[in-house]
Design a protein around this ligand. Structure first.
Ligand code: ADP
Ligand code: MG
Length: 617
């Protein structure tokens, strides 16, 4: 081809149809163009390095690989320049002129032997119609490029209808390039206007390019103080790429602060490094959770060869891991395919399984080698662990022996430790409280008998015990107020007081069964229990169907025949039935109070009655 000859062409046949689709539908976010154009520049540098190392390109200085992103708001342009491989006229036409003929694939097939995965070479490519994403924000794109091999420079200009002009032997290249490489000049249209603001553009660069493997410099032509103290905007060697053995704790913390802008220190982290065939790396942090609901939504950033792809991709990362914060770099991931493919991809489920195993290993090793510290962080991580167990059976199977339970009396126990201690008195039953204040009486009665009560005071705890019960045959969790534990009963014969029973039946109504028992604790005249099953069902209904009228709960009021109060009440009934009824009502209200089941009206009646009784003095 002659110097300065101008070629005309149209980008493949159906381009008119494809262009609007790209512009509208291909990418959900306009800002993706930043990722695509800058990652192409990275590829260009990586490719050149590759050629040099293979001896294919000789006498080439690759000592200062760099990319510049230049903003010129007045001219309404954003220019991305690299000093990478560049393109000849034929290559430009082939790679930019034919949609879907990925130059990356071409290159890899040629120089990477049989390996058709970009991962091994670090060439990013792969995103599909990357270059054309520029047309989401441009009405015209100029590409000025000069190949490393010294072929004449090329200027290629394409408008947003897909028609291009190409000048082979473009003289003005040195106004754009430093010897070789490519400059992509994006003429920003109305749709991309916002990216002409420095802060907006930098935000996108920060999001997608922070860890790209080639140094990127930002320049706003408006700013005078160019060049001096010039610093790249990215970190070309992010911590996750390093060998875990070479990373210090301080480095992990600093990386966390930088990436997540979280001033609180993470609790600990897991550095993931899976070799062939999974071939991915990453760091997962357990964040410090201060409020119950605060940090349930974490942030796991997915990268593809150091190019940010997206946050929290549910298709790749097990849902419960999204409560953590971290980075995952998966160069094998076929990102240009649909999400439904990802969901069903064997590769993706292997990644999930690997991560699950690593997280479980970490928890188990902390539990066995450093239980003290494990107990210290437990409150912060238990929501995660419990949720993980509920969502993923494999995870449950791996970590369930390291799950610990806080005791109301202080300290922690595992399920097995608890069951071992309970063997004699209440085999396979775990007593728990979910409200230490309201259930204090029940708790102290059990503790007086040397029975531990565990505290399950988070909403998720009560869901979690369902999972444990499903997986541990015979094991039952029982709230302290669900039944009168056998150990609380003494051996004395139970004396029934029919009149007292009748009185309480009248007060308590139909849904409450009245019974007698004889307790070791003689101070307590009566205990109200709501069966575990009905209460759990009721709790669930409240959440899933709050508008349904509450069902009366199956409850039992056990009157303590060992309590002098009950005996006195019995005689009082003949002497002064009126007063006896007041006392009985008071007792019943106190029982309901421990269940937190008084309605506002009942609270009022309870107070009135209490003062009346005090007034009897
Ligand atoms: P992909 O990166 O997946 O190959 P793109 O549409 O992003 O697809 O780019 C198409 C091709 O254009 C690239 O493969 C590459 O050959 C060429 N190309 C794009 N930008 C550059 C650049 N800055 N330097 C050299 N070649 C480039
Ligand atoms: Mg690309």
């Amino acid at each position: 081809m002659e110097q300065n000859e101008t070629r005309h062409g149209g980008i493949s046949i159906e381009l008119e149809h494809i262009f609007p689709i790209i512009k509208k539908w291909l990418y959900s976010e306009k800002e993706i163009f930043v990722r695509e154009i800058v990652s192409n520049a990275c590829d260009a540098v990586t490719k050149l390095n590759r050629l040099v190392s293979l001896g294919e390109a000789k006498d080439i200085d690759i000592s200062d690989p760099r990319i510049t992103v230049e903003l010129d708001a007045d001219a309404a342009t954003i220019t991305v320049t690299d000093n990478g491989i560049g393109m000849t006229a034929d290559e430009t036409e082939k790679y930019l002129g034919q949609i879907a003929l990925s130059g990356a694939l071409d290159f890899i097939q040629k120089y990477e032997g049989d390996e058709s995965d970009g991962a091994a070479s670090g060439i990013i490519g792969h995103f599909g119609l990357g270059f054309y994403s520029a047309f989401m924000v441009c009405d015209k794109v100029d590409v000025i490029t000069r190949s490393y091999n010294g072929a004449p420079a090329v200027k290629w200009t394409c408008d947003d209808s897909g028609n291009y002009d190409m000048t082979d032997g473009f003289d003005g290249w040195d106004g754009y390039l430093d010897g070789r490489g490519t400059a992509v000049v994006m003429h920003i249209n109305d749709e991309g206007r916002e990216y002409l603001s420095e802060s907006k553009l930098k935000e996108a660069l920060d999001k997608y390019c922070s860890f790209m493997p080639v140094r990127i410099f930002f320049n706003n032509v408006k700013n005078e103080k160019k060049e001096e103290e010039e610093k790249p905007i990215n970190d070309t060697a992010p911590l996750w790429q390093k060998n875990p053995a070479d990373c210090t704790d301080e480095e992990y913390k600093e990386f966390y602060r930088k990436v997540f802008h979280d001033f609180r220190e993470p609790l600990f982290q897991i550095h993931l490094k899976a070799d062939y065939p999974l071939n991915f790396k990453g760091i997962l942090y357990f964040p410090k959770i201060t409020g119950e609901y605060e940090s349930l939504e974490g942030q796991v950033k997915l990268f593809y060869n150091q190019v940010f792809v997206a946050d929290n991709i549910k298709e790749v990362i097990p849902e419960y891991l999204l409560m953590l914060k971290g980075v995952l770099d998966c160069p094998e991931l076929p990102l240009n395919v649909s999400r439904s493919y990802l969901q069903n991809s064997g590769y993706v489920s292997k990644i999930s399984a690997h991560i699950t195993k690593k997280v479980a290993d970490k928890l188990n090793s902390m539990f066995t080698t450093d239980r003290e510290n494990f107990e210290k962080v437990w409150r912060d991580i238990k929501t995660f662990v419990e949720y993980g167990c509920m969502r993923d059976r494999k995870f449950y199977e791996r970590v369930n022996t390291s799950v610990i339970y806080e005791k109301c009396a202080g300290g922690f126990t595992t399920l097995d430790e608890y069951l071992e201690a309970a063997k004699e008195t209440h085999e396979n039953k775990i007593y728990y409280a979910n409200d230490k204040a309201a259930q204090a009486k029940y708790i102290s009665m059990l503790e007086a008998e040397n029975i531990d009560v565990i505290l399950l005071d988070k909403f998720i705890d009560t869901q979690f015990i369902n999972t444990v019960e499903q997986n541990r045959e015979g094991v039952k969790f029982c709230r302290v107020d669900a039944e009168v534990a056998d150990v609380l009963k003494d051996d004395a014969e139970v004396e029934e007081y029919p009149k007292v029973k009748e009185l309480f039946e009248k007060i308590a109504g139909d849904s409450v069964k009245v019974d007698f028992g004889s307790f070791k604790d003689k101070n307590t005249p009566a205990i109200l229990n709501v069966s575990e099953e009905t209460r759990r069902f009721d709790d669930m209904m409240k959440i899933y169907s709050p508008s349904t009228a509450p069902i009366p709960l199956e409850s039992t009021l056990t009157l303590n025949s060992a309590s002098p109060i009950i005996a006195k009440l019995d005689s009082k009934m003949s002497e002064n039935p009126d007063e006896a009824e007041k006392i009985a009502r008071e007792i019943f209200s106190l029982c309901k109070l421990t269940q937190r089941r008084l309605t506002p009206e009942e609270v009022k009646q309870f107070l009135d009655l209490s003062y009346e009784i005090i007034g009897l003095l």
